[in-house]
Design a protein around this ligand. Structure first.
Ligand code: B12
Length: 358
């Protein structure tokens, strides 16, 4: 029988470098590591409204990559850094956007492009083999696979931390129908040690124990994924975060070290957003402005809901006319209610200048 050609880890590393990927690793395919932790997380209800994670078939599919590609032998995992300068100062009546969404192009596309290009090079060298390619949206526990592929460790905030790049990295994974030499496990990988800064800094207490985030309390979930009203008791805790949240990563010592490699960070086009105009964005204007960016995920009503809360939290009376208009006439009852909450909070004179942890 003819043996299929293979490629060395050094060769894969070299190609990954050329494709501007900041780290790469390969794990042998088998049952999904840490799947039991994921199953328990879903069973506790921590997925909130993310039914695509919680449905019985979704849980079952993630148990083994061979559920999605029966020929899978190796899991290729890549990381692309989105670290960069500290967040800019917050102009008046603006809200903060999570760093991963600062760019004008959605990361799903640019990381996927690079991962596809890397696989193209491997196929050019060894011949065709079946594969799947995912950035974020596939039925694969990306952090768990990144850990076994040697890219880093899962921090107490549940993010994958790379010892040079920190945790401001996107992950991409690809089950491959070919056996490639796995990245040797590292015996001296650092870890979080006794540090609990992320747990203490999370304004809503969403990291309910090390390595477990209750999404229903996580500002990232509430401001991006959640459809419907934000629980009243959590609204003041949003501070100035209008889309996503980075607090558990901003306080992490591993993100304060110099970051290595490409650091191909997106241009910070959307690091902050003017809030009042978000209360008036209809579907067409929202599409024109955000369709190609990660902010698209929030939906126009979700973003207006978030803007109303942050305007209340900022305590600047200049927000009153925009909030009054939205409370009276926004087409969404949910946004009208949140604008009313914003007005009531303004009246109480609440004030958050910034909850950036830098
Ligand atoms: C659903 C989801 C979310 C949800 C839930 C997050 C969560 N912590 O579960 C919400 C909307 C809240 C979210 C937020 C964010 N997300 Co998100 N998200 C996902 C998604 C689609 C699935 C994750 C999942 O399965 N969660 C369920 C939990 C149980 O699994 P887990 O997070 O992998 O948790 C593991 C650990 O807890 C570990 N574990 C459990 N017990 C123990 C015990 C020990 C000792 C150890 C070591 C580990 C350990 O095992 C679990 C199973 O693998 C992935 C993409 C993917 N397909 O994997 C992106 C992904 C995880 N998200 C990502 C990003 C960038 C973010 C945000 C930073 C975005 C933002 N700033 O707003 C935040 C970070 C918040 C946070 N602290 O997690 C990146 C993470 C990159 C990285 N460095 O880790 C991913 C990988 C997307 C990508 N392709 O880059 N996300």
């Amino acid at each position: 029988m003819m043996q299929q050609a293979t490629v060395s880890p050094q060769q894969v590393q070299h190609w990954a470098d050329e494709e501007a990927l900041d780290a790469v690793g390969i794990a042998p395919v088998g049952p999904t590591p840490r799947w039991e932790a994921y199953r328990a997380w879903v069973a506790q209800g921590y997925a909130g409204g993310m039914s695509y994670l919680a449905r019985a078939d979704a849980v079952a599919r993630r148990a083994d990559p061979r559920e999605i590609l029966p020929e899978a032998r190796s899991m290729l995992v890549v990381a692309a850094s989105y670290a960069g300068p500290p967040p800019p100062a917050l102009p008046p009546l603006h809200g903060r956007v999570s760093r991963y969404a600062w760019g004008m192009e959605d990361y799903h596309r640019w990381v996927l492009r690079r991962l596809e290009a890397l696989i193209g090079r491997i196929r050019a060298a060894v011949g065709p083999f079946p594969y799947r390619c995912y950035v974020d949206t596939g039925p694969v526990l990306e952090r768990a696979w990144a850990e076994v592929a040697g890219l880093g460790w899962i921090g107490k905030n549940t993010n994958l931390i790379h010892s040079d790049l920190g945790s401001f990295i996107f992950l991409g994974v690809a089950p491959l129908g070919i056996e490639l030499p796995p990245t040797p496990p590292s015996s001296d990988l650092p870890d979080c040690g006794a540090c609990t800064r992320c747990i203490e800094a999370c304004p809503t207490g969403a990291i309910i124990e090390p390595h477990v985030v209750d999404a229903r309390r996580c500002l990232s979930y509430l401001t991006i994924e959640h459809r419907g009203p934000i629980p009243t008791e959590l609204r003041p805790l949003m501070g100035d975060r209008v889309f996503g949240c980075d607090i558990c990563q901003e306080v992490c010592p591993w993100n304060r070290r110099p970051l290595a490699r490409h650091a191909d960070a997106p241009t910070p086009a959307h690091a902050t957003l003017a809030l009042s105009p978000l209360l008036d964005l209809d579907q067409t204007a929202f599409r024109a402005r955000f369709r190609a960016t990660p902010i698209w995920r929030a939906t126009p009503d979700g973003l207006a809901r978030n803007a109303a809360i942050v305007l209340g939290n900022l305590g600047d009376p200049a927000a009153r006319p925009a909030l009054e208009r939205a409370a009276a006439s926004h087409p969404s009852a949910m946004v009208r209610e949140h604008a009313g909450w914003g007005l009531a909070t303004l009246a109480k004179g609440a004030q958050v200048t910034s909850n950036s942890s830098y």
